[in-house]
Design a protein around this ligand. Structure first.
Ligand SMILES: [Ca+2]
Ligand SMILES: [Ca+2]
Ligand SMILES: [Ca+2]
Length: 281
């Protein structure tokens, strides 16, 4: 199914109930396309959903506020000033691959009740390895359920570092960010990330069987909207978390890539110092 496609066209599709079954769906890449799903099921089976805007005046938006959207892949692509976005505010989303290309955007704004779960996540980067796309989790979580030996932890951590935008802003960068953290008047919240397999092997974080109601396996990278310093992802900051940062303050990881939220490097600058303790206090 194709929505829009040419420069002057405007296309809107509303799905309120029933089941829509297609092999694949494309919004864009020119003109204005909007898919409003407030209920029902939109099923693509083995196929996927492509939301694209490849010229300045183009705008393609999929707004999911109810029902079920199921696609084996989901690509959001914006180039040349076009606007392409998935706005997820309610209902369920099931997808195995998520790609955010160019300046595409995905916003998960389900009131903290949702996790974007995928086996592969890709966010395009420029020549300086700065991400160009944006995944805004607001108050929600992310699970990248990877295959054994293929942890995307370093990449996901880099995208969060870009989203946090330390030194230039506050949770307003590209990559993986949270406008809820940015707008928190007390600045107490952040996006944390851990590899559930505990790659450092110290038994201080990871080993979770669920993340706020979502079942997870050990080979998963978990991103949680939580309080600064909640390294073990139990939703609060306690002595257990201080134990983590204290341990790694005295016994820091040997490799630069091993620094991140999980060991107390809360500001993602690859060391553990008083700036990190400031954030937890
Ligand atoms: Ca896994
Ligand atoms: Ca905790
Ligand atoms: Ca740090």
């Amino acid at each position: 199914m194709y929505l829009a496609g040419t420069a002057a066209s405007l296309a809107t599709y509303n799905l309120e109930g029933g089941t829509l079954t297609t092999e694949m769906e494309c919004l864009g890449p020119r003109g204005t396309a909007r898919f409003n799903q407030t209920g029902g099921s939109n099923l693509m089976g083995e196929g996927g959903l492509s939301i694209s805007a490849l010229e300045e005046e183009a705008s393609s938006v999929y707004a999911l506020s109810g029902g079920l959207l199921s696609a084996s892949y989901l690509y959001v692509t914006a180039e040349a000033g076009g606007q392409a976005a998935l706005e997820w505010t309610g209902g369920s989303l099931g997808t195995a691959q998520v790609g955010i290309l160019g300046t595409g955007r995905i916003r998960v704004d389900c009131g903290g009740s949702a996790a974007l779960v995928t086996t592969l996540l890709f966010i395009e980067e420029d020549e300086e390895e700065v991400p160009t796309g944006r995944l805004d989790l607001t108050e929600n979580n992310l699970v990248v359920d990877y295959a054994e030996g293929q942890s995307p932890l370093v990449q996901v951590c880099n995208w969060i570092r870009a989203g946090y935008n330390r030194g230039a802003g506050y949770w307003d960068g590209p990559g993986i960010t949270s406008t809820a953290a940015a707008e928190d008047p007390d600045a107490l919240t952040a996006l944390g990330v851990i590899d559930n397999s505990d790659p450092l092997g110290d038994g201080l974080v990871g080993g979770l069987t669920e993340l706020e109601g979502v079942s997870v396996d050990l080979t998963s990278v978990l991103v949680k909207y939580t309080y600064w310093g909640d390294m073990n992802f139990d939703g609060q900051v306690t002595f257990d978390d201080y134990d983590v940062i204290d341990y790694y303050y005295w016994f820091p990881p040997e490799n630069e890539d091993d620094f991140g939220w999980w060991c107390g490097d809360l500001d993602y600058d690859k060391n553990i110092d008083f700036d990190d303790y400031d954030l937890i206090d």
